[in-house]
Ligand binder design. Structure first.
Ligand SMILES: [Zn+2]
Length: 462
């Protein structure tokens, strides 16, 4: 089996791993590149092979950096199956439609305001391309082996990262390959721990936090402090958030804080129709998270769901303390960008920025202390208080990744460290080599390796 790294090598976005076995081509994850412009430009690169030669796609989870490239494949003629868990399929329906709409809106906005260097600015794909991709989704059950193409089967297991997230075990030609996808945390309040895997010939492991340990303090304490401090100033706490996973985790903590009366009874808005739809899926897929019925209902009802654009605009005009949670998570697009324009220049407000912010995104610039960020062709000053918050991560940190790796009964023949900024991947590579004594490397974009069966050489040539 041959494997090519078409994304998330040397970076955290664009996850795509192409497997080739006996003339069959299977893509594990189909993600968008996000962040730095030179990375985003890869979204426009021609695909590795004519898409009609692609036989199947498997998704680890729904986040756009793992699923958001599907509409490009569909537009270019891909009509094969896309396998994922049922919850991932439902989430992908919400995310891709929104992504298509957003791509169209941004191109249209750029054309209307004339700030694109390209005339006319074209969307990477449209909502209609997304609809085409959604027809290809094939839900598969966790912990069941499924034949996907002749000579190749997969098994998905809980990865604990977000609703529906899975690790993928691929078996083909006597070789077992495990792809970690994004790994969750062992003690997340919402998600179950990632399931231990005991055996693989080859392993792909993510390294988003490969060089870091998450802070141990309670996210609820930090949230309460920030919200109370901002409310004293009569300001608004704005939280850029992924619509999937983080928004729900935030709402869960806010629900608990209100119950404990640790924050005042101020209005909380979830300004993301997409996050609203996602939240409802938590009620539908009750067995796939840790919340009791009561907690799930509490989380779902803690925030006012903002639907229309007018309601969204009105939020910026209000003069009373409030909390606004809005997508996107790294402030690269979505309604949070409009809130930033209105709220960031005023020092009474707070920008609470949770989780990992990929280099090149507005979120990363804000956390790094930028005096202004560029929005819709204008510089917007950042005078609001900025509070990065790493405790709300849906990713395992370095120690937690190592703990998951120790679940293997014997070392894989070779481990590839992927899905990390260069330093994070390299630090994790060294730990795996030194602490576990495994054969390990960090592949580069477009590297291709032969994964040999058991009796052949142990380490692949890069
Ligand atoms: Zn993810």
């Amino acid at each position: 089996m041959r494997m090519s790294f078409l994304g998330a090598a040397g970076t955290v976005t664009g996850s795509k791993y192409l497997l080739e076995h006996e003339g069959q081509h299977v893509l594990i994850d189909c993600g968008l590149f996000q962040g730095y412009k030179q990375l985003r430009l890869h979204n426009w690169d021609p695909f590795q092979l004519p898409v009609r030669e692609l036989d199947a796609v498997v998704l680890t989870h729904a986040h756009l950096d793992h699923s958001g490239y599907l509409p490009v494949l569909a537009r270019n003629g891909y009509r094969g199956p896309v396998y994922a868990t049922a919850a991932t399929c439902e989430l992908v329906k919400i995310l891709l439609r929104d992504s298509g709409r957003l791509q169209e809106e941004e191109a249209e906005f750029a054309n209307r305001h004339g700030y694109s260097k390209h005339t006319p600015a074209l969307p990477l794909y449209t909502e209609q391309d997304a609809e085409r991709a959604l027809k290809l989704l094939r839900p598969v059950e966790l912990n069941h082996r499924v034949d996907i193409v002749p000579g190749m089967s997969i098994q998905l297991r809980c990865a604990g990262h977000i609703l529906g997230a899975a690790t993928v075990e691929v078996v083909a030609g006597g070789v077992t390959l495990v792809c970690s996808g994004d790994l969750g945390r062992p003690n997340d309040p919402l998600m179950f721990a990632p399931e231990t895997i005991e055996q693989a010939d080859y392993l792909l492991v993510e390294s988003t936090y490969g060089d870091r340990r998450h802070p141990v303090e309670s996210p609820e304490e930090q949230l309460a402090q920030v919200i109370n401090r901002t409310a004293m100033r009569r300001g608004i706490t704005l939280v850029p958030s992924f619509a999937v996973g983080r928004a729900q985790l935030l709402m869960y903590h806010l629900y608990r804080l209100l119950q404990k009366r640790a924050i005042p009874d101020l209005p909380i808005y979830l300004n993301s129709p997409m996050a609203t739809d996602v939240t409802r899926l938590y009620q539908r897929f009750r067995s796939e998270h840790r919340l009791s019925r009561e907690e799930c209902e509490g989380m779902c009802h803690v925030a006012h769901f903002v639907r229309t654009t007018q309601e969204s605009i009105n939020l910026d005009l209000q003069r009373t303390p409030a909390v606004i949670i809005a997508a996107s998570g790294m402030a690269t697009g979505g309604r949070v960008v409009h809130h930033l324009k209105a709220l960031a220049p005023n020092p009474i407000n707070t920008l609470l920025v949770p989780g990992f912010q990929a280099g090149g995104t507005r979120g990363a610039q804000i956390v790094a202390g930028a005096e202004s960020v560029r929005i819709h062709g204008k510089d917007v000053p950042i005078r609001a208080e900025v509070v990065p918050m790493e405790t709300l991560s849906a990713h395992a940190d370095a120690d937690e990744i190592m703990q998951w790796l120790r679940g293997f009964k014997r070392p894989p023949k070779h481990t590839f460290v992927v899905h990390g900024e260069p330093n994070a991947s390299d630090v994790l590579r060294r730990r795996i080599s030194q602490e576990l004594g495994w054969s390990v490397s960090v592949p580069e974009y477009r590297d291709s390796v032969e994964l040999s069966a058991a009796d052949q050489p142990a380490s692949p040539s890069l």
